[in-house]
Design a protein around this ligand. Structure first.
Ligand SMILES: C[S@@+](CC[C@H](N)C(=O)[O-])C[C@H]1O[C@@H](n2cnc3c(N)ncnc32)[C@H](O)[C@@H]1O
Length: 295
């Protein structure tokens, strides 16, 4: 089995190689989800910086800057290839900076008024831990908006056919972490405001063009590096055999989590020996509102 260090290095190389193609093919197609994720931060925020873990080529940096032009914004990503494009996109904006690193490590982050992340969480080695750290980086009243791809994004469509073709060759891990996310948010002292599936239309010239984009310019790049050309040729034949001919239109579903950190957070012993998490939110805005987050 690969060590954590090797896994991270392989992922970094894969995204370095995918960067230019990703920016051309996927960034425009993901734009509706970016709008939804940013809309949740289009509200007055407490003092503090804004951080975008897994910012990739940086579309979120620009969108968030348009919402909060007076705030410092930090983008963090493993891949310097992706960050190079983020730099090109934002070099005229002095309040934006980027940093290469693992987004689970939040030690160097400023106190955050907001954390925004798109399509990075599912890539992390330990997504619940990463999410918990992101919430803990928020100042009281700070907001988190995280959009990610769950394991099942559609019943029928190219993402689903791609996953099935891989599953016929590799044993995919059971994504138990997806169910653990709300409790991580609450354990870190935040109120979960939204946990919803968000679908938008997406189009591709053909199944084959989607497949090639996944391999050259998307998360499939790691598979090419790990398994080599012959394995990929078989995967391609299998994928194409299960996909219809002609242009493709589908509606993949991302998952959107929105949370607000309480102004005060504590745990008390509830009835029957159960521990209850309590957060006090909106002290500044609406007086103290006490929210029982869950047992
Ligand atoms: C699908 S791309 C999303 C990029 C961008 N947020 C967007 O929506 O266009 C996933 C990004 O997560 C980054 N990534 C994966 N694991 C990471 C980690 N542990 N720490 C920081 N970045 C990571 C990759 O380098 C890649 O840029």
């Amino acid at each position: 089995m690969m060590s954590e260090r090797d896994r991270k290095m392989a992922l970094t190389v894969a995204w370095d190689q995918a960067a230019i193609g990703y920016d051309t093919y996927f960034v425009p197609r993901f734009e509706p989800w970016l709008r939804d994720a940013c809309a949740r931060l289009a509200v007055p925020l407490p003092p503090g910086g804004l951080v975008i873990p897994c910012c990739g080529t940086g579309p979120e940096l620009v969108s968030l800057h348009q919402l909060h032009p007076e705030r410092e914004i930090l983008g963090v990503d493993l891949s310097s290839g992706m960050l190079q494009l983020a730099y090109q996109r934002t070099r005229h904006l002095p309040l934006i900076r980027t940093q290469t690193g693992d987004a689970t490590d939040t030690d160097g982050w400023p106190p955050c008024a907001g954390v925004l992340s798109l399509f990075g969480l599912q890539q992390m080695q330990d997504p619940p831990l990463a999410l918990r750290r992101w919430v803990e980086a928020l100042v009281p009243g700070g907001l988190l908006s995280v959009m990610f791809w769950p394991s099942e994004v559609e019943d029928e469509g190219p993402f689903s056919w791609f996953r099935q073709a891989i599953a016929r060759r590799l044993s995919l891990p059971v994504p138990t972490w997806e169910a653990a996310l709300p409790e991580q948010i609450e354990a870190a002292g935040a109120e979960l405001l939204l946990d919803a599936a968000v679908a938008h239309p997406m189009e591709h010239e053909s199944a084959l063009s989607f497949f090639e984009a996944m391999l050259t310019s998307g998360p499939g790049r790691s598979l090419v590096l790990a398994h080599g050309d012959a394995w990929i040729d078989e995967l391609r034949s299998d994928f194409v055999a299960h996909a219809p001919a002609g242009p493709l239109a589908h509606r993949p579903r991302a998952r959107h989590l929105v949370a607000r950190r309480g102004a005060l957070y504590f745990r008390i012993n509830g009835p029957f020996g159960r521990c209850i998490s309590v957060a006090v939110v909106d002290v500044a805005v609406a007086g103290a509102a006490v929210v029982v987050l869950g047992a």
